[in-house]
Write a protein that binds this ligand. Structure first.
Ligand code: NAD
Length: 424
């Protein structure tokens, strides 16, 4: 059972969802059973036990994971999530989705993911640093600049990436190795544009989807669930294209104003108060109501399993652009597809983050840094191509965008596995 922050329980195992998606894609492309089995299992899943000295002098033991799904196309790549509800099944699912995401974005990486079961909101800076460094130490032997390159995810960011880089560098040769991790602060080798990349990439996919649906962005409204890193930048860049934000939420609640909410003002409010709640001029709404808001573009940017069989038929948006990973269940997908809602699936819509992570890694390896314009231009080119590749796959097979993205990705990964062959 997966307990969500909303307090409801959902018997949805994200890894089963990922396996079901793989199975559907495998059937469509008539994939060999053995190869499907290869893709159904992560190559390695490590569980680590992390004893941490807490500020009160007591020792607390945390559990962490790193799942390495597939490296046929390149080193494992994927974020590290800190959340009380992290499970091994979730981390495995996320690592598989990373394999697909990197293949769709056509960057030379495989898929990995990490997570630690903890509540960073209830931990001091010192406790967080000790936990992060201990986790880095515990996974140090299976990560590396050419084997597995982590990045931020829910409730981790530049600060944690810097601690991991520092710990890894100290442990492995004691020289600075920025290429071990991406999503770093700029002064230690982060890329310009990385922080905004997921939201910016998502906005490019929304722009392309609007063109296909012949929707004028100037007449659109949007609702954003989860006004965090991905959600805030996504809203900002979609707003720049002319859309009006009418609803936003975070773990503390949601707000609604049909006349529009200024994204920059809301970001300031959230920075000051820690939440979107209480933004002046807006009414409060529940997260459930936000998802069902009458709007053109719905951006789920929080956690998994938010659009389910229970609420899918009440979703009124024309475009659902998934900033979060796994926000829609397979049952809900069917309903959205039947209702002619264009879903830009997570592994396509939020691929901007990992794409700029790849640019960051390239810059680190060469010790040669790009301008922000260069980063954004290359991101636009990559993501637009990825959107069109998926769109054409969906036309070719007569399937929805999610199935098409998995089909495209599985085809690319299988091609690499076949060319490399099995050893021994
Ligand atoms: P974040 O921690 O910055 O933001 C998450 C936001 O979701 C927070 O504002 C939190 O309050 C809110 N939230 C949590 N539970 C909620 C609930 N039940 N209802 C409404 N809001 C809730 O994290 P992020 O980096 O923005 O990641 C969000 C999602 O996007 C995750 O699924 C992550 O895997 C995905 N993603 C992020 C990136 C990135 O570069 N940041 C890249 C790819 C995918």
């Amino acid at each position: 059972m997966l307990e969500t922050e909303k307090g409801s329980t959902a018997a949805i195992n994200p890894f089963e969802v990922a396996l079901k998606q793989l199975d559907e894609a495998a059937k469509l492309i008539k994939l060999d059973k053995g190869l499907q089995e290869v893709l159904a299992n992560p190559k390695r899943v490590l569980t680590v036990s992390l004893p941490i000295r807490m500020d009160n002098g007591e020792t607390q033991v945390f559990t962490g994971f790193r799942s390495q799904h597939n490296d046929a196309r390149g080193p494992y790549k994927g974020g590290i999530r800190y959340h009380p509800q992290v499970t091994i099944e979730e981390v495995k699912a996320l690592s598989m989705w990373m394999t697909w995401k990197c293949a769709i974005a056509d960057i030379p990486y495989g898929g990995g993911k990490g997570g630690v079961i903890c509540n960073p909101k209830e931990m001091s800076e010192g406790e967080l640093e000790r936990l992060t460094r201990r986790y880095a130490y515990a996974i140090a032997d299976i990560i590396g600049p050419h084997t597995d390159i982590p990045a931020p995810d829910v409730y981790t960011g530049g600060k944690e990436m810097a601690w991991i880089m520092d710990t890894y560098s100290a442990l492995k040769g004691n020289y600075v190795q920025p290429e071990i991790i991406t999503g770093k602060p700029i002064p230690i080798g982060g890329s310009l544009g990385r922080n905004e990349a997921t939201g910016r990439g998502l906005a490019f996919t929304v722009r392309e989807a609007a063109k296909k649906l012949k929707v004028d962005m100037k007449n659109t409204t949007m609702a954003v669930e989860g006004f965090g890193n991905a959600g805030q930048f996504a809203s900002q860049f979609v707003e720049n294209q002319g859309a009006k934000l009418i609803a936003a939420s975070d773990s503390r609640g949601g707000i609604y104003n049909k006349n529009g909410i200024d994204v920059a003002e809301l970001r300031k409010h959230k920075e000051k108060t820690g939440s979107v709640v209480g933004f002046s001029g807006a009414n409060s709404i529940s997260n459930e109501e936000l998802l069902e808001t009458e709007c053109t573009i719905l951006i789920p940017a929080a956690l998994e399993n938010q659009i389910t069989a229970k609420n899918a038929s009440r979703i009124k948006a024309k475009i659902v652009a998934e900033a979060a990973n796994g926000p829609t269940t397979p049952e809900a997908d069917e309903v959205l597809h039947n209702n002619k809602i264009l879903v830009i699936p997570d592994i396509l819509a939020n691929g901007g983050g990992v794409t700029v992570s790849y640019f960051e890694w390239l810059q680190n390896l060469r010790r040669d840094y790009w301008t922000e314009e260069e980063v954004n231009e290359r991101l636009d080119r990559n993501i637009t191509k990825a959107f069109l590749d998926v769109y054409h796959t969906s036309e070719k097979y007569g399937i929805d965008m999610r199935k098409a993205s998995t089909v495209l990705a599985v085809n690319r990964v299988v091609e690499a596995i076949k060319i490399r062959g099995l050893w021994p």
